[in-house]
Design a binder for this molecule. Structure first.
Ligand code: FAD
Length: 385
């Protein structure tokens, strides 16, 4: 049996980006069909670290991050739950005077965006945070940044979109997309019932995460995206001691403590098992443990109760692709978030909805144009006959 649906906007991918775009489009009154081959929010969007951080992003991402920050502040109104979102503060540790100078420079360059970044000296830090290891010489606090539970937040965007009238098909894989010059024709398969679905729409949003490259390339938008899997781990519950989400200047371990006491930690590469599956890597977890104990000596005897990874698309400049196709009118991309799409995801969804409706958006997205990889030749898009 084949179901045929004609709508205004078709979306491939029900991560936080596709789902928030679906919600924003419904709030604009447009018809939306969202097709997700697994469960909405079950991929990167639902298994990430949960950092909701603006501090440290490239300046070109800050307008988007600020738009998202405003949305995170009214999450219950948007998606019906608080998603354990807390403006707990994000603290970036400096382990040398050079690191501290880099953090001060970022604070100065980001001043126009009003992030409220405050530099803390080593003495203040030791007085405020006796649990920190000796390597910290100071750091940078963004008090309004925070954390959330991705497992709750990302599926809730899809559920909110569905309540607002979006047609959401889970366990439905998009296998073919063609464009007849005016409309997209999608052929999808429900993996549980075996039923086929055909969707026809003048606008297509490519929100397929690490797998979006297949759709982009089909339409001649060739980008050098690769898949990677950040490694993650969580400890048993420990007495609560840390409100901040912690990062380290120059990279390495990052961690946060949830109200129940567990510490969620990340850092280093995990292992891609195949195109769809990934997990953490034993050597990475060993290194992560060492770095975490240096940062927080009290973790010396703590046990990890689970480790995992997730498949994420990375671009060479670690910036996403957001905006129109360079070949095909009506096609808009939102993918390649390079490990940082959870915080900005809700705003990317709104931006894609702006583009779908108006062809433009008030948020600057020039840095994320697909044609910035101009040395990669534009392939010829496949047109439906
Ligand atoms: C371990 C880890 C930790 C991270 N930590 C953070 C963090 O702390 N803070 C932060 O801001 N970001 C973080 N990120 C990045 C963030 O999670 C991602 O950038 C973001 O979730 C991307 O959202 P998305 O909707 O683009 O992709 P996804 O969540 O991957 O969604 C894409 C969806 O498309 C679907 N799909 C693909 N192909 C098809 C098809 N043919 N048909 C139908 N559906 C299809 C997939 O099943 C998937 O559900 C982390 C990522 C990982 C992996």
């Amino acid at each position: 049996m084949t179901q045929r649906i004609v709508t205004d906007v078709a979306i491939v991918g029900g991560g936080i980006v596709g789902s928030s775009a679906a919600l924003a489009l419904r709030r604009m009154g447009l018809g939306v069909v969202l097709l997700e081959r697994d469960l909405c929010g079950s991929r990167s969007s639902g298994i990430n670290y949960g950092g909701v951080r603006r501090q440290g992003r490239p300046l070109s991402q800050l307008p988007l991050a600020q738009r998202a920050h405003e949305m995170w502040g009214r999450l219950p109104e948007l998606i019906g739950i608080d998603g354990e979102y807390l403006r707990s503060g994000h603290f970036k540790i400096a382990r040398s005077e050079a690191d501290l100078a880099a953090l001060e420079s970022y604070r100065d360059r980001a001043r126009d965006f009003d992030l409220g970044i405050e530099i803390l000296s080593g003495a203040t830090l030791r007085a405020q945070c006796p649990w920190l290891g000796g390597k910290a010489v100071g750091g940078s606090l963004c008090a309004e940044d925070g954390q959330a539970n991705p497992r709750l937040v990302s599926p809730a965007f899809a559920m909110a979109a569905q309540r607002a009238g979006a047609v959401v098909h889970e366990r439905t894989r998009v296998d073919e997309i063609a464009h007849d010059g005016q409309r997209f024709h999608l052929r999808a398969l429900n993996l549980e019932s075996g039923n086929a679905i055909q969707v026809e729409a003048p606008v297509l949003l490519n929100c397929a995460g690490a797998w979006a490259i297949t759709i982009a390339e089909q339409f001649g938008d060739v980008v050098p995206m690769v898949s990677r899997s950040p490694a993650m781990a969580v400890t048993e519950p420990l007495p609560f001691f840390m409100q901040w989400s912690l990062g380290v200047e120059g990279g390495g371990v990052y961690c946060r403590q949830v109200a129940r006491g567990n510490l969620v930690l990340g850092g280093g590469p995990g292992r891609l098992l195949d195109a769809d599956r990934s997990r953490s890597d034993r050597d990475t977890i060993a290194l992560l443990s060492k770095q975490a104990i240096e940062l927080l000596p009290m973790l010396r005897n703590a046990h990890f109760i689970r480790t995992w990874g997730g498949t994420e698309g990375y671009l060479p400049d670690r910036q996403p692709v957001i905006g129109p196709s360079r070949t095909t009118p009506g096609l808009f991309h939102g993918f390649g978030f390079s490990g940082g799409g959870f915080q900005i995801g809700p705003a990317v969804g709104e931006v894609l909805a702006d583009l779908a409706r108006d062809g433009r958006t008030r948020t600057p997205i020039g840095a994320f144009a697909v044609d910035r990889f101009s040395s990669v030749p534009a392939a010829t898009p496949v047109l439906a006959s």
